[in-house]
Design a protein around this ligand. Structure first.
Ligand SMILES: [Fe+2]
Length: 188
């Protein structure tokens, strides 16, 4: 951004920052998150994101839009109804989860069983907190499972994902130590 002009992070600039960080820190989730927290926070400071994207059919949420998609990297903005809960699920690739509006309870898990028993999974929470607007968390293998719920009406989130989700997505019930497999190309 040229010096002296009002600083507003564009979606393209933010995507460029994510791509650069991925090249440098792609194998190290903590370093990767540290490198992109600032540009993501700057993007989330914009008040107009709701009108920027292209509508998308969501699976876990009612309203979602693509802010960015280049065939690999995608930025997705979505709304979760108050009290709405997205069941813990895995991805197979890293996902950045950030809050744009309201508060969300967000929990990241990793599996602690060996995966040898179909339908059985034991999860351990690695990051469990109430997140506020502007805050971000990384969901990356081996802790690539997360679930969340909205604590306020109008709560909105942003996810950033690179690569393809694995085809057999697992949806977990941590209390019952169980999971079901759902197959769909664009489950979030
Ligand atoms: Fe997800």
């Amino acid at each position: 951004m040229p010096a002296g002009l009002p600083t507003q992070m564009t979606v393209r600039e933010c995507a460029e920052a994510v791509i650069a960080a991925q090249r440098c820190h792609g194998a190290e989730p903590a370093a990767f998150l540290a490198a992109i927290e600032e540009p993501i926070a700057a993007l989330l400071e914009r008040n107009d994101l709701r009108g920027v994207g292209i509508p998308r059919q969501g699976n876990n949420v009612d309203w979602s839009q693509y802010l960015y998609f280049d065939g690999d990297l995608s930025f997705l903005l979505f709304e979760v109804p108050e009290g709405g809960r997205v069941q813990p699920h895995d991805h197979g690739v890293w996902e950045l989860f950030a809050v744009y509006r309201g508060r969300m309870r967000h929990t990241v898990y990793r599996r602690t069983d060996d995966g040898s028993v179909a339908g059985y999974a034991k999860l351990a929470a690695t990051d469990d907190r109430v997140m506020r607007a502007g805050e971000a968390a990384i969901v990356a293998p081996p802790a690539d499972i997360h679930g969340f719920c909205a604590l306020d009406g109008g709560a909105m989130g942003l996810t950033v994902v690179s690569g393809q989700y694995k085809p057999d997505r697992h949806y977990y019930d941590p209390e019952a130590n169980s999971y079901v497999v759902k197959r769909a190309a664009n489950l979030r």
